[in-house]
Design a protein. Structure first.
Length: 140
């Protein structure tokens, strides 16, 4: 009875250690910020597929020598699948900006996968879920 419990506990521990960390915790998409983006910006891929732009309100604390101020700012974000590169067309009024994005390896996910075992590293590498994109300068 005690041996059976220990073997089940060991099996549970091994299966938990073989979790694909980036796949489970991060998922297949990466959300990146459009820095200094105007309110009515539109984003499309090289194929002409429109990507939804989400506005988020963020409360920022500005501190100086005498006091702290809370300032509310709005940031724009888009979500992209993290296993491929993109050519984005940013459009605002009559202006257009073309940006190339290439996925970068998230060292933290790689390190966590290697700690949890070699098998999760193969799965996260195959799916590209441990990749991320840097934030984009969307000022016109």
């Amino acid at each position: 009875m005690k041996l059976k419990f220990i073997l089940n506990l060991l099996l549970l521990g091994v299966s938990l250690l073989s979790i694909n960390c980036a796949t489970v915790f991060k998922g297949y998409e990466h959300t990146l910020k459009l820095i200094d983006a105007p309110d009515s910006i539109r984003v499309a891929t090289q194929d002409g597929i429109e990507i939804p732009v989400v506005s988020r309100n963020i409360l920022v604390v500005r501190q100086d020598k005498e006091n702290s101020k809370f300032i509310s700012t709005t940031t724009k974000e888009i979500s992209l699948r993290s296993n491929r590169s993109y050519i984005l067309h940013l459009k605002y009024k009559d202006k257009e900006k073309v940006i190339s994005l290439y996925p970068k390896l998230g060292i933290g996910w790689l390190f966590l996968d290697l700690i949890c075992g070699i098998l999760p590293s193969f799965y996260d590498a195959h799916t590209g879920n441990w990749n991320y994109f840097p934030d984009v300068d969307a000022s016109f």
